[in-house]
Design a protein around this ligand. Structure first.
Ligand SMILES: [Fe+2]
Length: 565
């Protein structure tokens, strides 16, 4: 059985599930080059189908979407008509007021040069609730199929912001759901906008800034915006007004008027303390909700998805406070809306097949390019290069020599993190390397931490009380004896957000880190995504070369080729 998952919205994406496994997942932003692209996921769909050699969309068993109502663009792409009548009405309204008079047309239709995805059997297209698709991404990527509480926490989707589900066997059942009165995600994003960072993008910056502040200096000043959970109950509703939207080059930008109030609070208390208070409010409320529901139901296995779960400090806090209450904590590693296509596809697949558990151990689900394609791209640009039998050894030597290395190998990662296939690497041994990579390559804020990749075997050397972490989705405290050894990847609060690399999953990257360890004694490297600030991660060799020459990266290892400056 083949199921195509499609998400049209913030972080549009497409994914394929075949025989119970996710075999492709890619975000439209990697093709459009606009971060968080909300364009129709046409290129992503094209990639997914192309990977399986599918020429006719009708060969796919189901197409599973991430909204209760069909987005009008998907209605057009798959030739569904408009069962809800909604798209037709919107088109008519627009046509009447603007297009009808100005251009003589009021209907959406694809130009002929787009692929033909007309579905013969319209029943193959399935609509799903947004939060249920989030829940499915968390539940159907667990190792087992036993009873599990699932929490989906984001800004909002299909009139849900915070939802609690129970999964068991093939079924996911809704236990409780809250809408605007309890959007922890929106409250945190309002603070992010108040700090003049992008709502739906800059939340990681707010989290990175928080440990520099002291929440006790402004305790309670953000209470108005956050909902308040006590045990499993909502005891105070959040007080947020209307949400507004703006389109910027195909990416939706969000706005709340309350961010102006937060801006005033920042003037009074300072950026760091306000960020710290927002982080405190977020952690405390999610903790109360999660542990409240564990106590109420007695279910000790928990799974998470939704954009809020990108907050690695929150995930660490839940892990550190687990005591004997939590037996399993699983966070889908691409928990934001870019992971919805996978959730929707898995959800539909397991309506028809038995779910027995899934060993979900990598996110290398995007496009890859052969040595031949890479070499042609280099030749056309008249770039000097050397063929290497083993690029891992060369990369390790360059890193030990404190060079900045771009590393482009295999299939591109899905989700927001570079996991060693589209990465910029540097030695973590010198504290000043953090500033160097910021000054020469990333051009981003100096307070933000960089994260490491380490060999799976060395995890206990560097991390206190850790579980398996292959995706940089939870931070951990660094061990006391390593804190000063790898200062470029330790945050100001003594934590790091790791990717443990297994030899079986990514042999080339594992060998690189292992070789670096042989030279320096530390089997750990600084790993940042292969892009500059504000741009999406590079997808193809052309973009890799452009980013390499447009920044201060010293060397590029792309496939088996080595390019130096
Ligand atoms: Fe969402």
């Amino acid at each position: 059985m083949i199921v195509l998952g499609v998400h049209k919205g913030h972080d549009s994406s497409a994914a394929i599930v075949k025989d119970g496994k996710v075999i492709a997942d890619v975000q439209e932003e990697r093709f459009s080059r606009v971060k968080h692209s909300g364009n129709s996921p046409i290129k992503s769909i094209e990639y997914c189908l192309g990977l399986l050699g599918i020429k006719d969309i009708n060969e796919v068993d189901y197409i599973s979407s991430t909204w209760e109502n069909t987005p009008k663009e998907l209605s057009v792409i798959f030739d569904l008509g408009d069962p809800s009548g909604k798209a037709e009405n919107i088109a008519k309204q627009i046509g009447k007021s603007i297009l009808g008079k100005a251009m003589g047309t009021n209907k959406l239709k694809l130009p002929i040069y787009y692929p033909n995805y007309k579905l013969k059997n319209k029943n193959k297209f399935i609509n799903n609730n947004h939060h249920l698709a989030h829940a499915a991404s968390a539940y159907f990527t667990r190792k087992t199929n036993d009873k599990c509480l699932i929490f989906t926490i984001d800004g909002a989707g299909d009139e849900m912001c915070t939802s609690i589900w129970m999964g068991e066997g093939n079924k996911i059942e809704l236990l409780k759901s809250y809408y605007k009165e309890a959007s922890i995600g929106w409250a945190y994003s309002v603070v992010t906008e108040g700090l003049h960072w992008i709502h739906g993008d800059g939340e990681g910056k707010t989290m990175g800034l928080a440990p520099y502040g002291d929440p006790s200096k402004c305790k309670g000043v953000l209470d108005k915006y956050f909902p308040e959970f006590k045990d499993d109950n909502l005891v105070k509703r959040s007080d947020l007004g209307e949400s507004y939207y703006w389109s910027e080059s195909g990416s939706t930008q969000f706005h709340f008027d309350e961010s102006l109030e937060v801006e005033a609070l920042i003037k009074k208390y300072g950026r760091e303390d306000i960020a710290a208070e927002a982080q405190r409010k977020l952690e405390e409320n999610v903790m109360n909700l999660v542990f409240g529901w564990i106590k109420k139901t007695g279910i000790k296995k928990i799974a998470f998805a939704g954009g809020v779960m990108l907050n690695v400090k929150l995930n660490q806090r839940i892990w550190n406070n687990r005591k004997d209450l939590v037996e399993e904590q699983h966070v889908y590693p691409n928990p934001g809306d870019s992971g919805l296509a996978v959730g929707a596809a898995l959800l539909e697949y397991y309506k028809h097949n038995d779910f027995k558990g899934y060993e979900f151990n990598h996110l290398y689900l995007g496009p890859e390019y052969s040595n031949q394609e890479i070499e042609e791209t280099l030749k056309i640009r008249k770039i000097k290069y050397t063929y290497l039998e083993n690029p891992s050894i060369k990369a390790a030597e360059l890193l030990a020599d404190n060079k900045i290395v771009a590393w482009f190998q295999g299939r591109m990662e899905s989700g927001p993190r570079a996991l060693g296939n589209r990465s910029i690497l540097m030695s973590p041994l010198k504290a000043e390397n953090k500033d160097a990579i910021n000054a020469w390559v990333k051009f981003r804020e100096g307070f933000r931490p960089f994260c490491p990749s380490l060999t799976y075997e060395s995890r206990h050397e560097y991390l206190k009380d850790c579980k398996d972490e292959f995706f940089m989705i939870t931070s951990y405290d660094v061990t006391d004896h390593k804190r000063d050894k790898v200062p470029a990847v330790v945050h100001v609060d003594g934590t790091l957000r790791p990717q443990m690399v297994q030899k079986e999953t990514n042999p080339r990257y594992w060998e690189l880190i292992n070789e670096f360890g042989k030279i320096t004694g530390e089997s750990i490297v600084l790993n940042s995504s292969f892009n500059v600030m504000g741009e999406s991660i590079v997808n193809n060799p052309k973009e890799a070369i452009r980013c390499f020459f447009d920044s201060g990266i010293d060397a590029l290892l792309i496939g088996n080729f080595y390019v130096a400056k």
